[in-house]
Design a protein around this ligand. Structure first.
Ligand code: ADP
Ligand code: NA
Length: 330
């Protein structure tokens, strides 16, 4: 097994994945199974940096795992686990906390954004140090690649800084993750406001496709997507953002090239494109929903997948932690 190691965390707070999550992130995770020794974890430790209802957190953690499996993560080809099942994350997190300068942590822009939204009174120390826990998440697996969005770049840089600092002070221990960030290959926009990214916090529920919604609800959203007053079906994000968004969704879901797609719709109207895409969407979400439901209806299978994943993850994490503890003087 000489493939590069990849590690990525998925928030359990998402409820149903939306189309942007799938096309922008989860689809990449599925692809990386083929080229990397990939570790994917549902990050419930990170979730409690903001208040969580215990029942909902537990349910959302399982729901996220079920959806990842339904989307194509194969426990035979990757390691899928729940972060809290591997105590080494918190243990190495503490060591990393003690290597991080207070000013250094204060410069994390994600913390500034998130704490501004929370309000100073509600912001926890956990939210402040969550980037440092993320450092531990990555270093525990000696990950080479971290498939995250652009907004996480600063945390990958912090990971490299702390790995170098630890290695310099205590001797070579950690792999520096490559500053290789998988970009959103497909950025999906709100169906009602194609200038905004599709997001679960959208002001426009009709612009958001939740993958676990009734397929006919999603089909209807596609059919009422905002386009433009022109009639030509052409990929031109600047001048035709609505149509281009539909084409992107169509192309990525079906694996069709954009030029082929434009040719297919030459001389046809927006109605034809929407009707076909609605059908593509229904054909994709129907089995996705069924597979997700199968995992939720069979908690023993899901538990066993996650238990095996945690065991595989711990084998790697425990070895790294033992080395780090020994170097530190524990
Ligand atoms: P949201 O923006 O709805 O809160 P998250 O921040 O939980 O979604 O994102 C989870 C993952 O999905 C991230 O890797 C993010 O880059 C990706 N993602 C979210 N929205 C989109 C989108 N509209 N297009 C492409 N990728 C997206
Ligand atoms: Na987001």
């Amino acid at each position: 097994l000489d493939r590069p190691r990849a590690l990525s965390g998925i928030q359990p707070t998402a409820g149903s994945f939306h189309l942007g999550n799938y096309l922008g992130a989860v689809r990449q995770y599925v692809a990386l199974q083929e080229t990397h020794d990939a570790f994917y974890m549902v990050v419930d430790l990170h979730a409690i940096t903001v208040p969580q209802d215990p029942k909902e957190l537990r349910a959302n953690t399982r729901l996220a795992a079920a959806q990842l499996l339904a989307a194509g993560l194969d426990p035979e080809r990757c390691t899928l686990f729940v972060q809290s099942h591997v105590p080494e994350h918190a243990q190495l997190g503490w060591v990393m906390n003690c290597l991080t300068g207070f000013g250094e942590a204060s410069r994390m822009t994600q913390f500034k954004d998130k704490s501004a939204k929370q309000g100073a009174g509600a912001t926890t120390v956990g939210l402040f140090t969550y980037p440092i826990l993320q450092v531990a998440d990555i270093l525990l697996y000696q990950a080479d690649a971290v498939p995250v969005g652009e907004d996480q770049r600063q945390h990958i840089e912090l990971t490299r800084d702390l790995a170098e600092r630890f290695n310099g002070r205590f001797g070579d221990t950690f792999t520096l993750p490559a500053a290789h960030i998988v970009r959103e290959t497909a950025k999906i926009y709100d169906l009602q406001d194609p200038s905004a990214k599709m997001s679960k916090s959208t002001a426009n529920p009709k612009g958001l496709i939740n993958l676990l919604d009734e397929p006919k609800v999603s089909a209807k959203k596609i059919k009422s997507a905002v386009t433009d007053t022109d009639t030509v079906i052409r990929f031109d994000p600047e001048n035709k953002p609505g149509v281009s968004n539909l084409l992107t969704i169509y192309a990525t879901l079906t694996g069709t090239g954009m030029a082929d797609l434009e040719q297919k719709y030459e001389g046809k109207g927006y109605g034809a494109l929407k009707t076909d895409l609605a059908e593509v969407m229904v054909d994709w979400v129907t089995p996705f929903r069924a597979r997700t439901q199968e995992y939720l209806d069979d908690p023993e299978t899901l538990d066993s997948v996650l238990a095996k994943g945690a065991e595989k993850a711990r084998a790697v994490a425990a070895e790294t932690l033992a080395q780090a503890y020994d170097k530190v003087g524990f």
